[in-house]
Structures are given as C-alpha cells and as structure tokens.
Design a protein around this ligand. Structure first.
Ligand SMILES: [Zn+2]
Ligand SMILES: [Zn+2]
Length: 244
C-alpha cells in the first residue's frame, strides 16, 4: 500500500492530498480489471450436496467390493512353476499372474515365506497366546521373540543377497581378467608388427640411386622429410664455414 501511494504521489504533495489519494487507492484495490476480463469463474459440478453424496456412496461400494474380494480369496494365491524352473505367482485377490521379480525379496529367496507360520520356528504366527508377530518388508514373517533371536535379520534374504553379490563380483572379475588378457594379446601383436617392420627396414639395404628412388616411391612422406633434413644439414654446413 505504501509503495502504491508513493508511486502515485509527488514529493510536494501535502497531507490532505496524500490522504485523498490513499483513499482512492484503497477503494480501487478491490476492483481488478484484469481478473474481470480474463478469469472465467466456473461452478463446480460437485458443489451440489446430492452429487457429493452419490459419489461417496459409489466410492464406498467400490472399496467394499475390492476388499470383499481380497477377503474371500485369502490363501488362494499360489506359486506357478513354469517350464525351465521359471517361477511365477498367481495373486488370487488381484486375479493376475506376476513374475517373481515383481514380488518382495523373500519370494525370490530359497525359503518362500509361509502363509501363516513363523519362518524361524515354523509355528503359527497368531496362535492365540498373545505372542507378538510381524511380517517384515521381504515378506517373511516372524514372532517378535524369534526375530530378536535372529538379531533382527532375515537370514534367508541375507544369504540370497550375499550369494547375488558374490556371483556378480566374480562375473565382473572374470570379465575384467578376459579384457586384460585380450589387451596384453593385442599389445604383444602390436610389438610383433613393429619388430617385423623394423627388421624389414634393416634388411632393406640401399645400394644405388634406384633403391633410393624406390624408397621414395613407396613412402610418399619420405621425400619432403629428406628435403627438410638436407636443407638443415646445408645450413649447418654453411654456418660452420662462416665461423672458420
Ligand atoms: Zn517363531
Ligand atoms: Zn526375508
């Protein structure tokens, strides 16, 4: 407000003028020409109470049906063994078949989680004795006392992870050693080629001018370099003569 008044007044304006301008600005602040011109106000379809009540009932029915299906199909999910040791899971509540990669870690381990038993002592998780129990993120379930005995770790999943890390590391090491072998092989090949090339140059004896011309014909770079070497040598020779 203060900056607006400053923008619209002059330094020579007196208190009465300032007060007048401030009142005009205050009256104008509720009038927004831009908003009036461009903002389209719409009445929401769902502001009506009856519509909202209908939607609420529909949502309730949808959720009731979903959870009803889940309850009715409890325990009907199963492991489906496909060809070549391929394992998939039929999720009865959702009525879909999924790959083991889409399941929690415990379903990929060697010991599949039990449906209603502790994965350590293999007794019922909820046996009515009030023993605390839990199903952890990997899908394995334990009595609280059993999980404490296991130092708060799921050993089935730990073994699976350790084995996976070991296999991946050994695979990486074998690939690196193969890479190293192929590199040293290519290095030795290169050395052989260089040595063979050096031998061939040594064998190539220059006996007359025809041999020199033959070398220049084979190697297009040799002639300009030879000319360069000749001019340097000539310059050195001439300078040496001047000193004498
Ligand atoms: Zn237990
Ligand atoms: Zn586990």
């Amino acid at each position: 407000m203060h900056s607006r008044i400053r923008r619209q007044t002059l330094s020579c304006d007196g208190p009465q003028q300032l007060s007048k301008i401030a009142k005009v600005i205050d009256a104008k602040k509720t009038i927004n020409a831009f908003e009036d011109a461009f903002v389209i106000l719409k009445k929401s379809t769902y502001t009506d109470k009856d519509t909202l009540a209908l939607l609420t009932k529909k949502t309730k029915m949808f959720l009731l049906e979903i959870f009803g299906n889940i309850y009715q199909r409890l325990g009907q999910s199963s492991v489906v063994k496909g060809p070549g040791k391929k394992i998939t899971y039929k999720l009865a509540s959702l009525d879909i078949i999924v790959d083991k990669k889409q399941m929690p870690l415990g379903f990929i381990s060697e010991h599949l989680p039990s449906y209603d038993k502790c994965d350590h002592c293999h007794e019922l998780l909820c046996d009515g004795t009030g023993k605390g129990s839990m199903v952890i993120a990997c899908g394995h379930g334990y009595h609280e006392s059993c999980f404490t005995l296991l130092n708060g770790k799921c050993y089935y999943c730990e073994i699976f992870l350790k084995l996976g890390i070991k296999n991946n590391v050994s695979s990486l090491l074998s690939r690196l050693s193969e890479l190293d072998k192929s590199k040293s092989k290519s290095k030795s090949n290169l050395r052989e080629i260089i040595e063979a090339d050096e031998d061939s140059l040594q064998d190539q004896r220059i006996e007359n001018e025809d041999d020199i011309l033959e070398v220049f014909r084979k190697n297009k770079q040799a002639l300009p370099k030879a000319e360069q070497a000749y001019s340097i040598a000539l310059e050195k020779f001439l300078n040496a003569n001047i000193v004498i």
